[in-house]
Design a protein around this ligand. Sequence first.
Ligand code: NAD
Length: 331
Amino acid sequence: MRCLVTSARPYDEQFLSAANHGRHELVFVETALSADTAFIAQGYPAICPFVDDTLDAKTLETIARLGTKLLVLRSTGFNHVDMPAAEKYGITVMRVRDYSPYAVAEYAVGLMLTLNRHLHKAYNRVRDGNFLLDGLLGFDMHGKTVGIIGTGKIGQALARILHGMGCHLLGYDTVANPACLELGVAYVPLEELLVKSQIVSLHVPLLPETRHLMNAERFALMPDGAMLINTSRGPLIDTTALIAALKSRHLGAVGLDVYEEEAELYFKDHCDDIICDDSFERLLTFPNVIITGHQAFFTSEALTTIARTTIQNLDDYSDGKDNPNCVRSKG
Ligand code: NAD
């Protein structure tokens, strides 16, 4: 198939070209798909977007009119696709159901340890010739209670690591994961998890019912000094309420790999721009907040699997084969 790979970075080209066996013609463009740029779909029955492409009804209507029949997402999450609109315009959507849950789970632990042991400050301090330990005091992870919200593939991988570190694990999910139960994860209502956890890590998908899952009332339930980690999707957190909980010194530390309004910022170089998102800039000022640019997935193992699955999705669609990576708006 002729497939336009949008929002393409050099690593996308490297991994997708290596996975392609010559059957598909892949064309790489840096442009992100949106209603304004949808005209670039002309001549491409397949498009391969990433999470920063805007796949709203208007964009989908345009690309369908231009002949696009298939979206092969380079992501697990599909919250950026208006699925009812895709169905209305006859566009099949396929995703990478799972690639490396370890990449994201290990990254979440990395954020926990960095915040807890102040590695980001220690790195700069030593480079300045300052070897004082004042202000770098952390706590043992062993024996702490960590609440995992969403115990699917990534939540399970995280539970396994934290179990190895000797943490007590609480879980919240609509369905209990048998592997997590085996690791000793105790499933409790969300409110109880928030009250009892020193660290909370978010691993549910972004859905209408999970938008602003973490809001002012839920922050108030967390113990003073608690840590919050989000490597899932930015809008799970109400940013205004988060800033208030940090300003009041209620939350002790926050690690964000995703941000509510990241679409304008992430995956681009803004070093010569004036960033006008005041909430983002405010978050950057807190010494107990670490923000990274949606990189939890970014390991060579994950990119290899994303590329291979994307090519497999193109193969199966071309061959008319059923494929579990097809996304439907319901179920
Ligand atoms: P998964 O589908 O395996 O697990 C999600 C879990 O959330 C499931 O167990 C599901 O039952 C639960 N869930 C769904 N709705 C819920 C609700 N309303 N209340 C409670 N639980 C609910 O997904 P996964 O592979 O573990 O990925 C989780 C999320 O991580 C993805 O949706 C994606 O947004 C995010 N992600 C981020 C990155 C990154 O680079 N930062 C990379 C990959 C995935």
